[in-house]
Design a protein around this ligand. Structure first.
Ligand SMILES: NC(=O)c1ccc[n+]([C@@H]2O[C@H](COP(=O)([O-])OP(=O)(O)OC[C@H]3O[C@@H](n4cnc5c(N)ncnc54)[C@H](OP(=O)(O)O)[C@@H]3O)[C@@H](O)[C@H]2O)c1
Length: 306
């Protein structure tokens, strides 16, 4: 990445461009898919399920559908009414579990509050659980033998590695301990494996004096959900920032009335950073690319690290 070093001299952070990298990943997956089909493998197929009509969920599902279609992965989405109960959802999930033509199944979160999210995660057949939420898959990840790599965490690690920023030996500060982002990322970054071997600190809403901890980060990964919370004086010179947050803030200049920002005050942090993943265009597209990889993995095309 010679251009990265060129930028370093004039104190402009390199942009960790998840949009560009995810596009290369999709192109690579398409080649593998075409080869596999020629060799007689079945077409990989992803089914998504949504209960209710949460708008951000609908947007995320559309992004997943677009990625699948571009690669050639079959895709079907089921939208169930918001009042769907556990029994009806279990029936819908088990039909997909039993369908041999479907390789990946994800039930989009968040679910309506009357549904038990943990129980729903256990309904999905582990070998189709491309989100890596089923306890069996979480356990395999924990012992360092993952069947699927959790999409957002793996997307963050692959983005860093692609730009030459190996977390090994670095002080990584993650803000957020959710089951979707913070927890699997902390685990993966401390594993004795490629993309791991970091010294990891996990912060959350009960952390005291957060800026004093973020200032020690070589790699900072905020996954909070509070717009522009991380200010310029919270980071040290040369930090690498992977902003996971996706927050809508009102913007009358936009047709849709809002724009997306991350958890990082970009204009303040970027001049101090060696590299930064922006919002949008950083982690979001990587998450979708890893999901597509996981579907191909479930269909027998690739393993986790091919
Ligand atoms: N780009 C992507 O692909 C992608 C994927 C998933 C999520 N996201 C985005 O990432 C953000 C986080 O998502 P999530 O699902 O992990 O959210 P979440 O479940 O709400 O977790 C947020 C975490 O932030 C912590 N937190 C909240 N306020 C804090 C504060 N003032 N100081 C320090 N920590 C604080 C919470 O601490 P406690 O545990 O103490 O409550 C919690 O651990 C959201 O903006 C979401 O949209 C992006």
């Amino acid at each position: 990445m010679e251009w990265l070093y060129f930028f370093k001299g004039i104190n402009v952070a390199a942009i960790l461009d998840g949009k560009a990298l995810s596009s290369r990943i999709r192109a690579d997956l398409k080649v593998k898919l075409d080869q596999g089909i020629n060799n007689g493998l079945p077409r990989p197929f992803l089914t998504t399920m949504q209960v209710g009509d949460d708008l951000p969920s609908t947007v995320y599902i559309r992004a997943k559908q677009r990625a699948c279609e571009e690669i050639g992965i079959g895709f079907r989405h089921f939208r169930l009414p918001a009042e769907t109960g556990m029994d009806a959802l279990r029936k819908a999930v088990s039909e997909v579990n039993d369908d041999p033509s479907v390789h990946g199944l994800l039930v989009q979160s968040p679910l309506p509050s009357h549904l038990n999210e943990i129980e729903v995660q256990r309904m999905v057949a582990p070998e189709k659980d491309v989100d890596c939420f089923h306890p069996e898959n979480v356990g395999l990840l924990y012992i360092g033998n993952a069947r699927f790599r959790p999409c957002t965490a793996a997307g963050i690690i692959d983005l860093l590695l692609a730009y030459g920023f190996d977390p090994a030996g670095k002080n990584v500060v993650i803000i957020g301990r959710s089951v979707i982002v913070g927890r699997p990322l902390a685990l993966m970054m401390m594993l004795k494996a490629r993309g791991g071997n970091a010294t990891v600190t996990v912060c959350h809403s009960r952390t005291r004096d957060l800026p004093s901890i973020t200032r020690q980060a070589d790699i900072l990964v905020p996954a909070i959900g509070i717009a522009e919370m991380i200010r310029g004086d919270w980071v040290k010179e040369g930090v690498i920032v992977v902003d996971v947050g996706i927050n809508r803030i009102p913007d009358a200049t936009k047709k849709r009335g809002y724009r997306l920002v991350g958890d990082v005050a970009f204009r303040e942090v970027e001049p101090k950073a060696e590299a930064i993943a922006p919002v949008p265009g950083g982690v979001g597209p990587m998450t979708v690319a890893i999901l597509s990889r996981n579907v191909m993995n479930a269909a027998g095309y690739i393993d986790n690290y091919s």
